[in-house]
Each structure stands twice: as structure tokens, then as C-alpha cells.
Design a protein around this ligand. Structure first.
Ligand code: GDP
Ligand code: MG
Length: 279
């Protein structure tokens, strides 16, 4: 273990490579958390695709908010064929970020990941994301790297997304190209170092994690964001407003922290995250 300090928070960088004996012996390498709200039609195909793609030991944890369409039952039904599937039936504190955090807490893997249920997130880059964690703390599936993209979006939708990305970078003081991605993996040790700082505000849990890990080494892996397979998007104006509030609070907290830092003569480093595109 090689403890790195960033902004007074300890980030433990462990060096076991995926596939090594030690890595495999302690449970699955990767715990993939999939938050779900009415995704019953999507998850059989999703689980089959993930299982075909990942050769490393993994578990798939559905964090479901009492979906009316029986998503949790459908997921349970997959366990005979795919024993790596687990289901969290959530009854309190509904919400995407809260569901992801519950999934992280239930996870047994050394790496934690988040992916949407609707097949918009290309599972074929999962091995690349996992590999990136041998040298980085966080690996983000990115739509806005040169080889990434979005399929079937209107000009206005793409513009909204890019403006939202720009505002997020500004609020957090980071230069990650796709800070609003809902598809990412990170080392459990990195999450555990900041778990108490990560709040389940709104939808954008990656923003919370990046804000809490200002010295993190972040890799971005390009992918093409596809059209939703079945069902409906839950993104709405309320979600957008919550995101704006989240940004305001994250920026205020960041400025507060940097004010505290300036006042502290003991502060030795002013770590900023380092970002690298891994194509
Ligand atoms: N547990 C949980 N999952 C949610 C909630 N809202 C959305 N999701 C899931 O989060 C993922 C992203 O939502 P989606 O509607 O696809 O958003 P979009 O891709 O921005 O249109 C999907 O897997 C949804 O089922 C929620 O309130 N609770
Ligand atoms: Mg979606």
C-alpha cells in the first residue's frame, strides 16, 4: 500500500494487479452497481452482455428503488443463470445517487463501478476501465474525448450536455472532459478514504466523488453513448434543478476548503487531479 496525501485526505493506492492471486482471493475484483427504476425490460440483455464481456471475477448489484415494473424480481430471476447478480431492494431514501452509495456499501469488490441499466453505456469498454485502475484512482467512461461520442442526440441536447460539463468543471475546478458521466469505476480504497464526504445529492454521484478526491489520478476512456434500449428516461427538470443546486454547494465547499487551506500554515501540498485520456 502506498498512501498518498491530497488536501489532507488520505487516498490509499494499492498496487495489486487485476488477475493476481491476491486480487482474486479476497472476492470479486469488480462490483458493478446498477441503479434501477423501472428497467425490467433492459436488464436480462444487460447482464448477459456484461457477463460475456468481463473475464475477471465480478458481481453485478442492482440497486432498485421499488420499481413498479418488477425490475427487482426480474433481476432475482437471473441469479440461477448468473449467480454474480445481487439485488438491493431499497425502500428508503429513494434516488439515483443514494442507490449507488448503498450499492458501494454492499459491494465486496476491490474496484467499484457504476453503469446505467438501459444499455446506453457500452459494456465493451469495461475491461479497459478496469485496467485503467492499475495506474489511476478513478476511470471515467467519457463521451467527450476525441474518440467518444453520443448517438442520435439533437444539436440542442448535445449543447446542453456540453454546457453542463463546462459548468461542472468550473464549479469543481477540474479539467475532466466528461465530469457528468454516469459510467465510471474507482478503487474501493479511494472511495473509502472519502466515503463520509460523498453526499447523495441529486443524480451526479461522480461529481461528488471527484470533488472529494481533488488529488485523484483520473483516466478517461472514450465510448459512444447509445440510445436507450427500452423504457423511459427519468431525467427531468427537477433533476436539472437539483444538479444546479449541487453545483452551487460543491463550489461553495471548494472555495471554503481553499480558504481554510490558505489559512493553514501546515498545508504542504496543493494537489490537483491529474487527468489522462486512455484510448
Ligand atoms: N435506484 C434508482 N435508479 C434510478 C433513479 N432514477 C434513475 N435511475 C436509474 O439511473 C440510470 C440513469 O437514468 P436514465 O433515466 O437512463 O437517465 P438518462 O440516461 O440521463 O436519460 C438508469 O439505470 C435508471 O433506471 C432513482 O430514483 N433510483
Ligand atoms: Mg439512460
Amino acid at each position: 500500500m502506498n498512501p498518498c496525501k491530497s488536501h489532507g485526505q488520505k487516498v490509499l493506492i494499492d498496487v495489486d494487479l487485476p488477475g493476481s492471486k491476491k486480487a482474486e482471493s479476497a472476492g470479486p475484483l469488480l462490483s458493478l452497481i446498477i441503479p434501477t427504476l423501472n428497467e425490467a425490460e433492459n436488464i436480462p440483455a444487460l447482464v448477459a452482455r456484461i457477463s460475456r464481456t468481463l473475464s475477471t471475477a465480478h458481481e453485478i448489484i442492482f440497486a432498485d428503488d421499488a420499481s413498479a415494473d418488477g425490475t427487482a424480481d426480474v433481476a432475482e430471476g437471473l441469479r440461477d443463470e448468473f449467480p454474480q447478480v445481487r439485488v438491493l431492494r431499497r425502500t428508503e431514501h429513494p434516488g439515483l445517487s443514494a442507490a449507488v452509495l448503498d450499492g458501494f456499501r454492499a459491494a465486496r469488490g476491490r474496484y467499484l463501478g457504476v453503469m446505467d441499466a438501459d444499455l446506453q453505456h457500452d459494456q465493451s469498454i469495461l475491461p479497459q476501465l478496469v485496467r485503467a485502475l492499475t495506474t489511476h484512482d478513478v476511470a471515467v467512461a467519457s463521451r467527450y474525448t476525441p474518440k467518444g461520442g453520443t448517438l442520435g442526440w439533437s444539436f440542442v441536447r448535445e449543447l446542453q450536455s456540453r454546457v453542463a460539463g463546462f459548468l461542472s468543471r468550473w464549479a469543481l475546478g477540474i479539467d475532466i472532459k466528461d465530469p457528468l458521466s454516469g459510467y465510471f469505476v474507482l478503487r474501493r480504497s479511494a472511495f473509502e478514504a472519502v466515503a463520509t464526504d460523498v453526499k447523495p445529492r441529486g443524480w451526479k454521484i461522480l461529481l461528488e466523488i471527484l470533488a472529494a478526491l481533488p488529488g485523484a489520478r483520473v483516466a478517461e476512456v472514450p465510448f459512444t453513448f447509445r440510445a436507450r434500449h427500452a423504457g423511459e428516461s427519468k431525467l427531468n427538470h427537477r433533476v436539472a434543478l437539483t444538479w444546479l443546486r449541487q453545483l452551487r454547494e460543491l463550489r461553495r465547499e471548494r472555495l471554503q476548503r481553499s480558504g481554510d487551506r490558505r489559512r493553514s500554515v501546515a498545508q504542504l501540498s496543493d494537489a490537483r487531479s491529474t487527468t489522462e485520456v486512455v484510448a
